[in-house]
Design a protein around this ligand. Structure first.
Ligand SMILES: O=P(O)(O)OC[C@H]1O[C@](O)(COP(=O)(O)O)[C@@H](O)[C@@H]1O
Length: 391
């Protein structure tokens, strides 16, 4: 059973339809005559898509299924349900009625409160959308979410355990700034099957990040991008809104070994330790190992800041104890490593840290290997002062 209840008032504008199984991915057939396989035109715009040999773009589900990297039927079904849920979230975020949907959630926090970490309505709606999709998949034994105090048992024999932050960065929603879903997938630990539900749910979701079998994120921005690793590289799929398919657009992403961008909330500069101040001052002036002045970019939305870092290189960080190990740091570190990058807490490799609590927080540094190594050489980079910032 799901632990939180969401009341969405049906309006004449938005009627949530139940689904029993995600629709089969639609094939997007391209014209075969006079067709340049790397480019098609769409409403007057040029569209690039990754094409298979038969001139069809690869959808996420084709790619993970038998015709592609073949992650196994159970995981394909899980991913199919997850992508379906994320498409619903993408539609909800882009809807002109998202704020009224949010107001229909009973008992949720709201942005006028003083606790900036209180869940926002769309976080809770997104959580419920993903939870019910995962439950319908029949493939998930346990889900641990940022929005639930404790992990939830969905089935006894589902082969997988899912950890997730259903909608990160949601305080940006009213300004239409990018947000994202983060997820990690583990195998269910069968040796714990005899334990009571809450005990096995907890232990299953506190697995070391090095056990992840898949992880990724969905970025809700000018495009909706499903970016994931199944343990053999990182691949990004862009939502084609005309067919509803995620199309492979960035196969085998490799993070540049060195970037020229740092991403941090540097209004906190005066709360930083000396090592971090020195590191940032050095790279800003182009006096680090890479003799160029760095630029700053900070969206304050983890998925968006990470996605840019993955593509352009550099380092994205939050040096205070703020981000969560289990469902933020571990999945994104797995993606970073699979793309040739690194994820650390300033001292230790993230994937080597044994989680002890579901909502455990820690400093997080993700990015290009050379940038992360240089940052770590300053040693004193973890912000110990954490006064609780209001914005
Ligand atoms: O306030 P800071 O330290 O800049 O933290 C910003 C970070 O917090 C987040 O908003 C997540 O925080 P919440 O879990 O409280 O939403 C990230 O998206 C973002 O990277």
């Amino acid at each position: 059973m799901l632990s939180s209840t969401v009341f969405i008032q049906p309006t004449s504008f938005f009627v949530a339809k139940p689904h029993f199984f995600p629709p089969k991915p639609t094939q997007f057939s391209l014209p075969t005559k006079n067709f340049n396989p790397s480019m098609s035109t769409f409403g007057g715009f040029s569209v690039n898509a990754q094409l298979s040999s038969d001139n069809e773009p690869r959808t996420l589900i084709e790619y993970v299924g038998k015709g592609g990297i073949d992650v196994g039927d159970d995981l394909v079904i899980l991913i199919d349900h997850l992508q379906y849920a994320c498409k619903k979230i993408a539609a909800l975020i882009a809807s002109p009625f998202n704020s009224s949907i949010g107001k229909c959630v009973e008992g949720s926090g709201n942005s006028s409160g003083t606790d900036r970490d209180a869940p926002k309505p769309l976080d809770i709606v997104s959580n419920d959308i993903i939870l019910s999709s995962l439950e319908r998949s029949g493939k998930v034994a346990v889900v641990a979410s940022e929005e639930n105090d404790a992990p939830i048992c969905l089935s006894d024999d589902g082969p997988f355990v899912v950890v997730m932050d259903p909608l990160d960065g949601s305080r940006n929603i009213d300004a239409s700034i990018p947000t994202g879903t983060i997820f990690g997938i583990y195998n269910r630990l069968k040796e714990l099957d005899h334990l009571p539900c809450d005990e096995k749910a907890s232990l299953n979701s506190l697995q070391s990040g090095s056990n992840l079998v898949a992880a990724g994120y969905v970025l809700y921005s000018s495009a909706t991008i499903f970016c994931a690793t199944f343990g053999s590289g990182v691949h990004a799929f862009t939502l084609d809104r005309s067919t509803g398919d995620f199309i492979l657009t960035d196969p085998s992403i490799k993070i540049p070994p060195r970037g020229q961008i740092y991403s941090v909330n540097d209004a906190r500069y005066f709360d930083w330790p000396e090592g971090l101040k020195q590191y940032i001052d050095t790279i800003r002036q182009g006096k680090g190992k890479y003799p160029k002045k760095y630029s700053a970019r900070y969206i304050c939305s983890l998925v968006a800041d990470f996605h840019r870092t993955l593509l352009y290189g550099g380092v994205a960080m939050n040096p205070r104890d703020h981000l969560r190990l289990v469902y933020e740091a571990n999945p994104l570190s797995f993606v970073a490593e699979q793309a040739g990058g690194k994820g650390c807490d300033g001292k230790r490799r993230i994937l080597s840290i044994q989680p002890v609590k579901l909502h455990q927080r820690l400093p997080l540094f993700l990015g290009s290997p050379e940038d992360i190594e240089e940052l770590q050489s300053y040693q004193d980079v973890q912000q110990k002062v954490n006064p609780g910032y209001l914005v």
